[in-house]
Design a protein. Structure first.
Length: 371
């Protein structure tokens, strides 16, 4: 296990915006950190800098209090699993797993013991005599993961290791990665663009966008307390609804006017910072914070307003449905029970839970929400 620190790390490949810019990030010893972001956000660049495959233009990388910025990759005690397994085609599965141990002079008996242990954990112990060309994609990726784990490195780096696999294989391999992390305790840094994967796996999630670290926190913090509208818009399936609106005060208190002419009081327990200045804001509402109001009349509840909405689209998911609702010219994604059924074209009453809403500066994207 090892603590990792990025201190002001910047890397550019060409003129223009850096691939990563002034990244400050501490990863705890033994932590499973997921680096999440869309394509081109700088995730892989950050991982390659940590591995020593790239050098930062500015800043430094520290492992257990030691500056390793100029240290060669093989001296960092870090192992990396790439998106493509990149196995040695002429070697058996056993020899692929044993290659790194033999290169480090580990005695023969220990090599066999460690290879057999990892192969059993990964469910590939029956494949040790095969060559890579005789394996499925999922089996090859398990071998690649085993080749990294068998070394028992202090730092394990995984770059989109599940992206080429079918959903059932992705789920199975995710479980195995989590189990291996618990078993061996390496500090694990995993890169993905799949936010559901990040929420399921990470002790913490670091969200990158266009080379900038937007937020680092637990999955619940990232989901419930996004500090930037880009985090809110990226994390969640479907992502958070963002509505342009205006905050103002009258004799009754703080109110919000949503584009389209809708106007509601802001609940007293809303997470909007006290004493907001009147002006334009973005209202963020998760799909599960929109509920059906049954036959209730219009008005407000303790959590928020009851509004008339039209159903534009329904996607059936089994236990629930994802519905696109029309609120004037606005569109809202809502996660609703599958029963009673709703259909496209229906008119419904829905409760908007403003007590759980997030609020953002529309110009800079920063959250205006109390922690």
């Amino acid at each position: 296990m090892a603590e990792i620190q990025f201190r002001g790390v910047t890397k550019s490949y060409a003129a223009g915006r850096p691939a990563v810019e002034s990244v400050d990030l501490t990863i705890g010893s033994g932590e499973l950190l997921v680096v999440l972001g869309p394509s081109g956000s700088g995730k892989t660049t950050l991982l390659r800098i940590l591995a020593g495959l790239e050098s930062p233009d500015a800043g430094s990388v520290w492992i257990d209090g030691r500056d390793v910025t100029g240290v060669e990759p093989h001296r960092r005690d870090a192992a990396m699993v790439f998106q493509s397994p990149a196995l040695y085609p002429h070697l058996s599965v056993f020899d692929n797993l044993a290659f790194g141990l033999r290169a480090r002079g580990v005695r023969r008996g220990e090599v066999r013991e460690r290879v057999n242990q990892v192969a059993e954990l990964l469910g590939i112990d029956g494949l040790l005599a095969r060559r890579p060309w005789g394996l499925s994609g999922g089996e090859r990726q398990r071998v690649a993961l085993g080749r990294a784990i068998v070394r028992r490195p202090r730092v394990l780096l995984c770059d989109e290791p599940f992206s080429s696999l079918d959903p059932p294989l992705r789920a199975a391999l995710r479980e195995q990665v989590a189990e291996l992390h618990r078993r061996f305790g390496s500090t694990l840094v995993l890169v993905t663009h799949d936010q559901a994967e990040a929420l399921m796996l990470g002790d913490r999630i670091a969200v990158l966008d266009r080379g900038t670290l937007l937020q680092c926190g637990t999955p619940r913090e990232i989901y419930d307390r996004p500090v930037h509208r880009d985090v809110a818009a990226f994390v969640g399936s479907p992502p958070m609804n963002l509505l342009a609106c205006e905050i103002f005060r009258d004799e009754s208190g703080v109110r919000v006017r949503v584009d389209g002419g809708f106007e509601w009081p802001v609940p007293a327990d809303a997470r909007l910072r006290g004493g907001p200045e009147p002006g334009r804001v973005l209202l963020g509402l998760r799909p599960e914070d929109i509920a059906l109001a049954g036959d209730a009349a219009g008005g407000t509840t303790s959590s928020g307003p009851i509004v008339e909405v039209g159903v534009a689209r329904v996607e059936f998911n089994g236990a629930d449905v994802l519905a696109t609702l029309r609120l004037g010219s606005n569109r809202l994604a809502a996660r609703l029970p599958a029963s009673p059924p709703i259909r496209e074209g229906d008119s419904l009453r829905a409760i908007l839970n403003l007590a759980r809403a997030s609020w953002f500066d529309p110009d800079h994207g920063r959250a205006l929400t109390d922690d």
